[in-house]
Design a protein around this ligand. Sequence first.
Ligand code: CP
Length: 309
Amino acid sequence: MFKHKDLLGLKDVTAEEITEILDVADDMKKYLCGNVRKSDLLKGKTLVTLFYENSTRTRTSFELAGKLLGASEVNISVATSSVQKGETLIDTGETLDAMKIDFVVIRHPMAGAPKLLAEHVKASVLNGGDGMHEHPTQALLDMLTIREKLGKIKGLKVAILGDIKHSRVAMSNLIGLKKLGAEVYFYAPATMMPKDIEKLGAKTAKSREEAIDGADAVMGLRIQLERQNGGLFPSLSEYSRFYGVNDEILKYAKKTAIVLHPGPVNRGVELTPQVIDGDKSVVLEQVTSGVAVRMALLKLLSEYRENCL
Ligand code: CP
């Protein structure tokens, strides 16, 4: 059984627990995609989303996940909240806790912010992405999509291309995919590859061909356009030519390979429009999986709160 008050990162979660989350998410996805969508599973519970960075997918899917299971949901707009008056994260958390909330989903530019919050509140804290640290629900939805499309995760080769160094998505996927027995190959410009990443179990490819050769799944990561002038790569067109995913380079992957991207995609940079809209792309399937995974986590955390706190 899933035995955590919070979900802060996949580093703290066992392979068995990841599998349990994915199994529950499978059921949630059937419910989500079915005709009857009414559940009282989280009736009387309250979910707060507290995002210090922009989001479309993560925030909306958590809000939908809560609503679909009968919870009340409140979004805090950080831009118009007392955070702007200098309130600390801990004071904000304790204030929300005093309103007797059950779950708080936080996205924050500082690595470790969700952990700090979790140490000071009774509510269950879910990490919606913290700095360059982890984005555990993104990796879980990626794994759900891979498992659903390819039938398994163990033994697969997953190639991840792009800004690995600054990517919390890459880090959570590396941790989660390794725990479930996949091989993870990273390929990035030297300026975007973290030092000593092999020590965490990643394989670093010397070329895009090596990374993608025989891959079962290929993931492009978002290039943060704000870094374009930071000297990390010469130009967007060169990035796309040498590090992007296009139909030509996908010939090195298995015929059955799927293409993932956490979104939002810079069309024509990380993936060509033909790849995004092509038959290997599971980008929109990932979004649907995201709602299912977040429903599963709310269910499991709620059960833990009822039975163990
Ligand atoms: N993948 C992801 O985290 O997307 P959002 O920034 O839209 O939440």
